[in-house]
Design a protein around this ligand. Structure first.
Ligand SMILES: [Zn+2]
Ligand SMILES: [Zn+2]
Length: 169
């Protein structure tokens, strides 16, 4: 129930519960690897003067990658939806507002759902808070133990070293 007829809304709120498969074409442009269906609970109601509020929640899981060690991480994604569909162009400055044509006969929730999902997906994840990541030199996973590379030179000493190497007049 993701395309709601406005006539239906004029007689009362409409429930917008849905479950979309992880490979639904709607999510294709997101470049996010969904690991579970997107479950949506919500309710759309008219608020007068071409305004419609959509409130609900979405949840799914994303197949992410640890930013430090690149291990696969399943990330639970959950977000509340609090959106406004409006025919008033002045109300569109709010990022949770979506435009509605003056002659619209229905509200299509799908682009808004895609947008809300994108906002809910974390920009980056770690497999655990104290993940040691990969050695920048040899690439070994440091969670499995030290790799034997010499410690990196302290960058604070580099200007001094450069000074020492300078030929004197
Ligand atoms: Zn990690
Ligand atoms: Zn190393």
């Amino acid at each position: 129930m993701l395309q709601v007829d406005l006539r239906e809304l004029s007689s009362g709120p409409v429930d917008t519960h849905a479950e979309l498969a992880a490979d639904d074409p709607l999510f294709e442009p997101l470049e996010v690897a969904l690991a579970a269906p997107v479950r949506l609970l919500g309710r759309l109601h008219a608020a007068g003067e071409g305004r419609f509020y959509w409130r609900g929640s979405l949840r799914t899981r994303v197949a992410g990658e640890c930013r430090r060690c690149l291990a696969p991480v399943a990330v639970a994604v959950a977000a509340d939806i609090d959106a406004l569909f409006t025919q008033d162009p002045d109300a569109l400055e709010d990022p949770d507002s979506y435009p509605l044509a003056r002659d619209a006969t229905q509200i299509d929730l799908r682009p808004a759902l895609r947008e809300e999902l994108l906002l809910a997906v974390p920009q980056w994840v770690v497999c655990r808070e104290d993940c040691r990541g990969l050695c920048p030199r040899c690439g070994k996973d440091l969670n499995a133990g030290p790799c034997g590379c010499p410690p990196a030179a302290d960058p604070r000493w580099q200007p001094l070293a450069a000074l020492k190497g300078k030929p004197r007049n």
